[in-house]
Design a protein around this ligand. Structure first.
Ligand SMILES: Nc1ncnc2c1ncn2[C@@H]1O[C@H](COP(=O)(O)OP(=O)(O)OP(=O)(O)O)[C@@H](O)[C@H]1O
Length: 236
């Protein structure tokens, strides 16, 4: 289970006045405590509310300034490697995580530990891409793919290592309707816990629990219909 115990994240930022060497502490996450046992969890909230920061705490990309994070018994502050292996993370911008020239090579990279034989690894990578409707672009340059195709390749590569938890930061942002529906079905079918941040309220509605983030705090936490109604009301 994922737990946050009184977690705050603060960073030093230059003062607005821009005086040389003048810094102030900015609170990105403000004393958040949560237990997240549900299988499907969505964070929603306005731009800059702190959703990405909360997700990044879950795989140690950001460590708390105060408080403690626990992910299935692992502490990202002390078990960084194990946490990163356990928590698959899909970034909003797929280019920040696709490191190989082509989709098939990227998925092969994910499989290098689990399938040592190169031929078998390539065959499996192609199978996984085909399952996502990406066989056609498997050998194309990453840079020649559409944003949506890249996002699906990134998801395929992350899922290839069979993480215990999938964390996805705005996974449907770049997807057209067809691919969005495909992604919903993919996430629904995953055996592992899935935690997303999203502006896509249709995706949030599919979760077991929706948390509304406001100014680095959880402003509302509950079943999708009521949490989304709260969020919509708060933005008017
Ligand atoms: N390293 C950092 N230094 C200073 N400020 C930061 C840093 N990282 C994030 N922030 C600020 O913290 C706030 C929360 O950012 P975060 O990315 O978590 O928001 P978000 O809810 O995911 O937003 P969006 O919906 O736009 O993706 C923003 O005001 C952002 O500018």
């Amino acid at each position: 289970m994922i737990r946050l115990e009184d977690v705050s994240v603060r960073v030093d930022v230059p003062t607005a006045a821009g005086h040389a060497h003048a810094w102030v502490a900015k609170t990105l996450i403000d004393r958040v405590s949560l237990a997240l046992p549900e299988r499907r969890i969505a964070f929603v909230g306005a731009n800059g509310s702190g959703k990405s920061t909360l997700l990044r705490l879950l795989n140690g990309l950001i460590l708390p300034s105060d408080g403690r994070v626990e992910v299935d018994g692992l502490d990202p502050a002390t078990d960084g490697r194990a946490v990163r292996r356990h928590v698959g993370f899909v970034f909003t911008d797929p280019l920040s995580q696709l490191v190989m020239p082509t989709p098939v090579e990227d998925v092969e990279l994910s499989l290098r530990r689990s399938i040592p034989d190169r031929k078998a690894r390539r065959a499996r990578a192609l199978d996984l891409l085909e399952e996502r409707g990406l066989a056609r672009v498997a050998d194309q340059s990453i840079y020649d793919l559409s944003g949506g195709e890249r996002q699906l390749v990134a998801l395929t590569a992350v899922l290839a290592v069979k993480p215990g938890v999938l964390v996805a930061d705005e996974p449907t942002t770049l997807l057209d309707l067809r691919n969005r529906l495909r992604l919903y079905a993919t996430l629904d079918a995953l055996p592992q816990q899935v935690i997303v941040s999203t502006h896509d309220l249709d995706l949030a509605r599919r979760a077991d629990r929706v948390l509304v983030v406001e100014g680095g705090r959880i402003a509302h936490d509950g079943a999708p219909a009521e949490a989304i109604a709260y969020y919509e009301g708060s933005q008017r």
